[in-house]
Write a protein that binds this ligand. Structure first.
Ligand SMILES: [Zn+2]
Length: 473
């Protein structure tokens, strides 16, 4: 008995020594990062994996990916494993590029709260496989600028952050920045550009003159503009030079018959339910967007929560929520369920999915994001994963849907030469999934490891660390 224990201890010691020999090459990490890191070696080989590379290529079975100093050195089925590599045999796993979330706020809302989720959002995003976010409307812009600095400096675990600055809108608002003349718009854009914003987000009540000023000032500084608009229609915004349009059909006032200039039409929803999706009006929007290289951002995960009894309740999500946020979400969900017989949302949602499918069929660039707002049922990261299932439901193949969520997002950000696909020379931003999200899209939830900045993060540990506090911190 004693001898057996001794033998076990010896084995443990040998393993520990082997570990420390490897650890000599590992980077030293601050505790806040190191506690979530599982793989910390300059040279890593992932073997036996299915690779969905994000380019739209068919999946590659039983492949090897070699990562050196945070960059993809090789990927394929006939790849030699370099001497000294830390080898992870990942048979049964799929690797996709890091998700690029284009509508990924760091705040969270229910019907009763709006909170800055500085503690939970970065961990939920990274732990769900989202390696880049564009915040697309900020509630606390300085929280996001500080988060970005800390992540870039390696002080905190989190996705790469593209900060958009505050929402810019016209009329009246409680927390957005109101710009009611072009000079004001230019001043605000200049201020946030100097502070580090790289995109701007305009909102529903902005008028054409202010939008033109925002776009002109941003472009003059090499920055870009996206919008959740209404007073200005999609085609008008394209004409003014906007770079990206959020939410697709749900927010397009192109089809409202009584649309007055610079006013959000009363009958927006009716017009969306009425417009012929195969007709010339829709094609005119698509043509304008495509001819001017204006991308569309799909945020189906948030809009699904307005459809009665959707999504199916996800225990994983309920467990992460703080009790008060969970109560608020479930109460609103029940109110929505009570409207099931009369709600226009099932039809509107289906039409919006068809609209996105038709936009891509016409040659448009579609990317995706979660938008963790509304009634609180689309959480940071988890909702980005849910987008895969909803894009597949819309009619995209799983490979196309993964391309939308990864490569296309990087293209919209102008960063596709650096990341967004699994190809030699690109940054190794990789999501390791236990299972096969091509055969069974819901398995994208089973993220085990996320590679970013040369580190392999323990994805479940990141997500677990937010348990019970999502919605309050
Ligand atoms: Zn939003």
């Amino acid at each position: 008995m004693r001898r057996a224990t001794f033998a076990l201890l010896t084995a443990a010691l040998v393993l520990a020594l082997a570990g420390s020999a490897r650890a000599q090459a590992a980077r030293e990490l601050p505790e806040a990062v190191g506690r979530y890191v599982k793989v910390n070696a300059p040279l890593v080989a992932l073997t036996g994996v299915q690779v969905v590379d994000g380019t739209g290529n068919a999946p590659l079975a039983n492949a090897t990916i070699v990562i050196r100093d945070g960059v993809i050195e090789a990927v394929g089925v006939d790849v030699d494993i370099p001497a000294g590599a830390e080898v992870l045999n990942l048979t049964g796993h799929t690797v996709i590029p890091g998700i690029v979330g284009l509508h990924d706020h760091t705040f969270y809302t229910t019907a009763g709260r709006r909170i800055q989720a500085t503690e939970t959002a970065p961990k939920l995003y990274l732990g769900s496989g989202v390696t880049t976010i564009r915040t697309t409307g900020s509630y606390h812009p300085y929280s996001e600028l500080n988060l970005k600095r800390a992540v870039d400096a390696g002080e905190l675990p989190g996705p790469r952050v593209h900060v958009t600055g505050p929402y810019l809108t016209g009329g009246v608002s409680s927390y957005m920045t109101i710009v009611n003349d072009p000079e004001e718009a230019r001043r605000v854009v200049g201020y946030w550009a100097d502070e580090g914003a790289t995109w701007f987000k305009v909102y529903t009540r902005i008028s054409r003159a202010e939008l033109a000023a925002v776009i002109d000032e941003a472009h003059r500084r090499g920055l870009k503009v996206t919008g959740h608009i209404c007073s200005v229609s999609f085609r008008e915004a394209v004409e003014l030079g906007i770079d990206n349009l959020e939410h697709g059909l749900f927010t397009n006032s192109d089809y409202a018959a009584d649309k007055q200039p610079d006013e959000c039409p009363q009958n927006l929803t009716a017009s969306l339910l009425d417009v012929d999706l195969d007709g010339p009006e829709v094609q005119a929007t698509f043509r304008d967007m495509i001819d001017h290289d204006v991308a569309m951002t799909s945020t189906v995960a948030i809009y699904e929560t307005f459809v009665p009894n959707r999504p199916p309740l996800d225990q994983r999500m309920l467990d992460l929520m703080a009790p008060e946020a969970r109560e608020e979400y479930l109460a609103t969900r029940a109110e929505i369920a009570a409207t099931a017989d009369s709600s226009a949302w099932p039809e509107l949602f289906e039409r919006a999915q068809a609209y996105e499918r038709a936009f891509v069929a016409a040659g448009g660039l579609l990317a995706a994001g979660v938008d963790p707002t509304g009634i609180g049922g689309a959480l940071a990261g988890l909702g980005d994963q849910r987008n895969l299932e909803l894009l597949v439901e819309a009619g995209f193949t799983p490979v196309e849907a993964i391309q939308i969520m990864t490569a296309n997002g990087a293209k919209v950000l102008g960063e596709y030469d650096r990341y967004g696909s699994i190809e030699p020379g690109k940054l190794a931003e990789l999501v390791v999934i236990d299972g096969d999200p091509v055969a069974r899209p819901a398995e994208i939830r089973n993220v085990t490891l996320v590679f970013k900045d040369g580190l392999g993060y323990d994805a479940p540990k990141l997500v677990e660390s937010t348990k019970g506090i999502v919605g309050i911190r």
